[in-house]
Design a binder for this molecule. Structure first.
Ligand code: WTA
Length: 656
């Protein structure tokens, strides 16, 4: 990793209003500092107290943190609980008739589901899963549209102790098969068809294709939710089952499986530096605590809030801030099936007005694209219900931040820029809105109890203004427990030897400013962040070289105004370098190929054909140079060590 000197760009400070501060769950910097001090003085006691206060335990824990087998840490290991009980049953007495989910469909119709109704649906579906032989520890793949039923499916798995692995509905059959195979799942839950932006999403057809591929033989059954009002999908007798038929006669009660706090809750695959996605494994107790604590502190949850996180359940944000966090704390939340631009670019704003949303959490990419499509549109809607705005997934540029703050939030709502990862389970660095003054573009300060730091190559803390690697110095409850099937890779990736195995390496570079605020600068590994989605460059490269036309490929990122980063692929074909119409045709074919191999989100924005790639004499591809070419910048580096310097000129002029 190279240490990068950075320029501080933003110094405007936005402290919370007096009124906000007084009412907040963590009030003022005194409140924040008091919590941090508690965590510093008695780390285990701090987390234990929160875990006792916020979680309903069947059997209370005695042990807090076990570090004896580091970095395989255990939290609350002798405690027993059920996460679905914590999300549903415990609210029934006081809030049974409260709306848990306001579901808005793509076509604009909406319905309210109460906590009691959701509980019934989860119990019935859990019973249906049991009837299919699913039991504690079994892996269930969920490939669903963003819906109440997706939440029900996840909660039902959790209720019976089965491990869910949700695969985002935009992933291809091949990507789905890879995840089924790695998890050795026995059941897939899907829908006949989804609908987004008025267009059908053929989920069941993709499942059928995945199950036809080698490696998915472990699947015994497919449960199909009838989202679209028709039966014209292929149905394999004995294997495929309709959701509504399985659940209709199931009892409305299902005793939760009393799981151990350290039992796995789910596996969620995410991209890393190598070709194969990693199965990030979370466990029940610590993960639930992370979700609850952040709902309380970062989203400052209070009774009466209407919470809306726009993330799909296919991503970690949809796990922690749709399926688990809001339900565990007893909130009313919006679940939206569609896209922000359908039927037009005011969909988010009209929905905030319609459902009187108080807390709105979305990605910078969505904000940037909505600014472009209609910066004045929010003004046409009554957004006065809003009190907190949030962002997640990628850095937000100060211009977009200011627009979000002024035009959407009416200069009244604190913006919580939340830094975290699939691996961290919950928000890690984010302003507590009634305490920490915000700065556009900075995720500000770590949550109390999160020991974040920025270090150099030797693991020593860096000075303000100097870039370094973002690390976490102490284990925290909601952290990843291991990589499914690959404990070695877990150790190597996150607790590398270069830091004596003691520091959690996030994979991001960052710097402190003179106020101790953290600024995230980007990934230090071969991971791209495109529209807030993590994509491994190697993953896209292996997809490209799997195409019979391709001899070699190298993928890099370049800055993109809306998406944050765009995918640029340098490709060498087995045949002579194509030009003109032929080059365009092959580029199109390769884009479609990547969509089919991984999913549309991984499609290269730009393809550049060359006779070769820039390589050192030892044959190593010089990615550094490819990044410069992709950005369209002049090459100022020394290229004398290159085997084939002439290739640079060719690649510079070949963008498609
Ligand atoms: C990036 C998403 C800047 C970061 C929750 C991280 C961010 C990766 C922020 C994790 C933020 C996430 N500011 N960058 N507020 N939040 N990132 O696993 O590079 O999909 O490592 O989790 O997104 O992406 P993941």
């Amino acid at each position: 990793m190279s240490t990068i000197d950075s320029v501080l760009q933003e110094n405007r400070l936005f402290p919370p209003s007096e009124d906000f501060r007084i009412k907040a769950n963590v009030s003022g910097m005194e409140g924040y500092n008091a919590l941090c001090e508690k965590a510093n003085n008695d780390y285990e006691g701090f987390w234990a107290e929160l875990a006792r206060d916020l979680i309903s335990w069947k059997k209370p824990f005695q042990k807090v943190l076990n570090e004896s087998n580091a970095p395989f840490f255990k939290w609350f290991e002798d405690g027993e609980l059920n996460i679905s009980y914590n999300c549903l049953d415990r609210h029934l007495d006081a809030r049974g008739d409260k709306t848990a989910i306001i579901f808005e469909a793509d076509d604009g119709t909406s319905k309210h589901v109460t906590y009691r109704q959701l509980h019934t649906q989860v119990c019935q579906f859990a019973n249906a899963l049991k009837a299919q032989g699913i039991k504690k520890g079994d892996r269930v793949v969920i490939y669903m549209p963003h819906s109440v039923e997706a939440v029900v499916a996840m909660q039902a798995c959790a209720r019976i102790g089965a491990i869910h692995s949700v695969v985002f509905g935009g992933f291809s059959a091949g990507a789905l098969r890879d995840r089924i195979q790695d998890a050795a799942a026995t059941l897939v839950i899907t829908a006949n068809e989804g609908v987004r932006g008025g267009k059908p999403v053929p989920l069941k057809a993709v499942v059928d294709e995945a199950l036809g591929l080698e490696g998915s033989e472990s699947i015994k059954h497919v449960i199909v939710y009838r989202r679209a009002d028709h039966d014209n999908v292929a149905f394999k007798p004995g294997r495929d089952l309709w959701w509504h038929e399985l659940t209709q006669n199931q009892p409305a009660q299902c005793e939760p499986e009393w799981t151990n706090a350290e039992d796995p809750l789910f596996i969620l695959y995410t991209s890393g530096s190598t070709g194969k996605p990693k199965g990030i494994q979370h466990s029940i107790g610590g993960y639930l605590l992370g979700a609850l604590v952040s709902m309380k502190w970062v989203f400052d949850y209070r009774e009466g809030d209407v919470y809306w996180c726009t993330a799909d359940v296919g991503w970690i944000t949809g796990h922690s801030y749709v399926c688990y966090g809001p339900l565990a704390i007893g909130a009313t939340q919006v679940v939206f099936e569609g896209v922000p631009t359908y039927p037009d670019a005011s969909r988010f704003w009209s929905m905030i007005a319609k459902h009187k949303v108080t807390t709105f959490y979305t990605a910078p990419t969505a904000i940037r694209s909505l600014i472009k499509l209609g910066a004045d549109l929010p003004k046409q809607h009554d957004l006065s219900s809003l009190r907190i705005l949030g962002t997640v997934g990628e850095p937000i540029n100060p211009e977009a931040w200011i627009w979000y703050y002024e035009v959407v939030g009416g200069s009244r709502c604190p913006i919580v820029d939340t830094w975290w990862q699939t691996e961290t389970g919950a928000n890690m660095i984010a302003p507590l809105p009634g305490a920490v003054a915000t700065k556009p573009g900075s995720c500000t300060l770590p949550l109390p109890g999160i020991m974040a730091d920025i270090v150099d190559e030797a693991g020593a803390p860096v000075d303000p203004g100097k870039g370094g690697a973002l690390v976490i110095k102490r284990p925290w409850p909601s952290m990843v427990r291991t990589i499914w099937n690959d404990a070695e890779r877990f150790k190597k990736t996150y607790f590398p030897e270069e830091f004596n195995g003691k520091l959690y390496l996030a994979g991001d570079s960052a710097h402190f400013d003179e106020n101790g605020y953290i600024w995230i600068m980007g990934r230090i590994d071969d991971v791209l962040n495109v529209s807030g989605h993590r994509l491994g460059t190697m993953e896209i490269e292996s997809a490209l070289v799997a195409n019979p036309l391709v001899a070699e490929a190298a993928v890099v990122g370049k800055p993109h105004e809306i998406k944050g980063e765009a995918v640029v692929a340098f490709v060498v074909l087995k045949q002579a370098r194509p030009e003109g119409e032929e080059a365009k045709r092959i580029a199109k074919e390769l884009r479609e190929w990547v969509a089919h191999e991984i999913g549309k989100i991984a499609q290269p924005d730009e393809i550049r054909f060359g006779d070769n790639l820039p390589k050192t004499r030892s044959g190593k591809i010089m990615r550094r140079l490819l990044r410069v070419i992709a950005k369209g910048e002049e090459i100022t580096q020394d290229v004398s060590t290159l085997e084939n310097p002439a290739i640079l000129d060719q690649l510079r002029h070949s963008a498609l």
